[in-house]
Design a protein around this ligand. Sequence first.
Ligand code: NAD
Ligand code: UDP
Length: 321
Amino acid sequence: MKKIIVTGGAGFLGSHLCEQLIQAGNQVVAIDNLLTGSQKNIVSLMTNKNFSFMQMDVCDEEMLKKIKGIEEIYHFASPADPNANSKFSYLAHPFETMLANTTGTWLLCQLAVKNNARLSFASTSEIYGDPEVSPQSETYRGNVSTTGPRSVYDESKRFGETIVTAFVKEKGLDGRITRIFNTYGPKMNPGEGRAVVNFINQAISGEPMTIYGDGKQTRSFCFVDDQIQGQIKAMESKNTKGEVFNIGNPAEISILEFASKIKELSQSTSEIVFSQELPIDDPKQRKPDISKAAKMLEWEPHESLESGLLATIDYFKSLSA
Ligand code: NAD
Ligand code: UDP
């Protein structure tokens, strides 16, 4: 049994990670300030004697100093939704986003070094910006704007990666970085504006499904269970200190096809509409090269888009029932 911290533990990915780690017999401390997450996501864990929840900000240095005896830290705390219309997006919380990924990462690296603990930092495919090469491998340096609308997220994740790397090189941190590509599944925040959430909400309520731009932009969607397995392997596998891994599903699909698939799977009568221009700096393509994770972590995703989406649609239907 290991004692493990999951920051952002009441969020979408963090809560799934807590569940998997508890199931594997670990002791888990979830840290979250509930900015974009919800305690509802961890309600089933609250009575588990191996689970505890600390409502706090990852930038609270005094509180972090009180934590002792930990062996692993997964740093997942950060808003992740880019949608300008959502109150949960990083555009609605620019300063909180920058701080969680920079100061928060710095303090957690310090905590890991002090405890001789492993650390894994949840970075993002967004660090590749609007990529000029496809698929994106870990060696691609990206095409990112330092001042564009997405920069508070992209650039703070990039600097977060720099912080982890410096702690590995200079302070002996056993740290690694995972670049997460679009991941979906039950427990996504129903109030946020990511494509999966908007399209499913719209499809099950019969409202128009809103495509931004011409819908030809692509994404590659990974089901949450596959993502979490990749995360745990990145933390646990040998020789991962200082490494960076893309974790995502390489099956690429256009946003128009993706919306059509959700419409079909939810047997919706919604109309698909082209509601607004593509937002500034919205990546036109995104597809991970996962050959490094496949080789070093012996990991690859298994869930089909159809079965993953059906599980997610069922979850959203259960919320509105
Ligand atoms: P989420 O919003 O559901 O979860 C993030 C959690 O972090 C929330 O519970 C929020 O309350 C918490 N949080 C935010 N700032 C905090 C702070 N300062 N202190 C403590 N808690 C804080 O988002 P998610 O999709 O689960 O994303 C989790 C992580 O994975 C994020 O770091 C995100 O950047 C990264 N990521 C996710 C995706 C994806 O497709 N879901 C893709 C790329 C990267
Ligand atoms: N998108 C869309 N309609 C929506 C929400 C998003 O067409 O209602 C588009 C968005 O512009 C982007 C893609 O879908 O091109 C994926 O967006 P998401 O918000 O999921 O996150 P991103 O992958 O851009 O980080």
